[in-house]
Design a protein around this ligand. Structure first.
Ligand code: GLA
Length: 393
């Protein structure tokens, strides 16, 4: 029989072993962001994110690729809720602005990460004429219609279906907008497929068909801060946009109809330039936008799937490229953020702590003959692709 001293000794050893195991487990959990990079094929998981006031349940899907990049998508608004990418040292951070709860998305989101439609951006006075008939949309942005109206695609619940391939993982979202919803004509059947590839790209494929002639302009409205959301302003990000022209705006941010040259203006980003360098310029367009809030006419003119913009954040080394087949790109420097919203990681979002690069047709196209058409007719298929490609320098 072992003596009581021996028993005490064995007990002490067992406690020490258990303690070491607990500490090791805690350390491995703390190291989780780097452990993300450790192998495993692409995966997709689903959890409940919250419940809408009407009782509808909203899910959050987590897509993960083989290199550890993670993207979270909500069935509410098709929102990109989180995008975790590595910096040049392999440290992951969430680079998109958002909230950690559904209620904030419902009550106060300035279009964080959402699918924006039916008509992304502005329609002057909410009015347009198609085939001789005039339609009046909601005026939810001063005198104008913005981002699909009072309850646009950003506030709808999308049906979700996971899509898995050997080198990518995706989520197919569908939403059928009934004829007359938000006063738009035609039943619009919409499909958006988000694909996360192993080379750290988020590919967005949009498709829509209509039962009656209508207008359509879909985009994604993610705000980025490549330092990590909640980690200061975006003024040091170096931006390059492949556009030699833009559509100047009036006081209410509606295009005047001109397609003007960017050369010689503080809006020209053909050479990589820090967003903050000229943002306080006296230029009338910048003053009107309260910073940058302008549609760039891409040199590709939407004829090919090409590089529209490249952003480098010098401290982290993170790079975002926007590749699109759309003719325009709205560059918005987060001028309306005002420090009142508390984001995903609990930090307040000050003015210009996120920027958006919204691939799109030009604002107010239905009222400008000289802009590429946004009309969709029965039998035709609206199709467009935009890619957010992440890398490091
Ligand atoms: C777009 C618009 C901006 C602003 C934001 C949302 O980028 O162009 O003026 O409305 O959406 O706050």
């Amino acid at each position: 029989m072992p003596s009581s001293a021996l028993i005490r000794n064995r007990l002490a050893t067992a406690i020490r072993v258990a303690l070491v195991a607990v500490v090791a487990l805690a350390m491995s959990l703390a190291a989780a962001p780097t452990a993300q990079a450790a192998g495993g094929g692409p995966s997709i998981t689903k959890k409940q994110f919250g419940t809408l006031p009407n009782g509808q349940k909203i899910d959050i899907y987590t897509l993960r690729n083989s290199s550890g990049m993670r993207v979270k998508i909500l069935t509410y608004g098709g929102i990109l809720q989180s995008i975790e990418v590595p910096d040049s040292g392999g440290r992951f951070a969430n680079v998109t602005l958002g909230f950690d709860n559904l209620s904030d998305y419902v009550k106060k989101s300035p279009y964080f990460g959402c699918i924006t439609g039916r008509y992304a951006n502005r329609v002057a006075k909410g009015r347009f004429t198609l085939d001789g008939k005039t339609y009046q949309l909601a005026t939810n942005d001063g005198p104008n219609h913005l981002h699909g109206g009072t309850k646009g695609f950003d506030k709808r619940v999308w049906e979700a279906h996971p899509v898995k391939r050997h080198d990518s993982v995706g989520l197919m979202l569908t939403y059928t907008s009934p004829n007359g919803e938000e006063s738009y004509p035609g039943t619009l059947r919409t499909k958006v497929v988000y694909t996360l590839t192993d080379d750290n790209r988020i590919r967005m494929d949009y498709r829509a068909t209509t039962s009656r002639p209508t207008i359509v302009n879909l985009t994604n409205h993610a705000y980025f801060n490549l330092r990590g959301e909640g980690n200061g302003r975006i003024l040091g990000h170096e931006l390059q946009i492949n556009a030699s022209r833009y559509t100047p705006v009036d006081k209410t941010l509606i295009p005047t109809g001109k397609i003007a040259r960017l050369g010689g203006t503080p809006l020209d980003f053909r050479e990589p330039t820090a967003i903050g360098d000229r943002i306080n310029s006296e230029n009338q367009q910048i003053v009107r936008g309260g910073g940058y809030d302008h549609n760039y006419v891409l040199d590709s003119r939407g004829r090919v799937l090409g590089l529209a913009a490249r952003v480098v954040e010098p401290d982290s080394g993170r790079v975002l490229e926007v590749i699109t087949d759309q003719p325009g790109l709205q560059f918005y420097s987060g001028n309306f953020l005002d420090g009142t919203l508390r984001g995903t990681s609990g930090h307040l979002y000050p003015k210009r702590s996120g920027f958006a690069l919204e691939s799109q047709h030009f604002p107010d196209s239905p009222n400008h003959e000289n802009f590429p058409s946004t009309v969709l007719r029965p039998g035709d298929v609206y199709r467009t692709t935009t890619i957010y490609a992440f890398s490091t320098v």
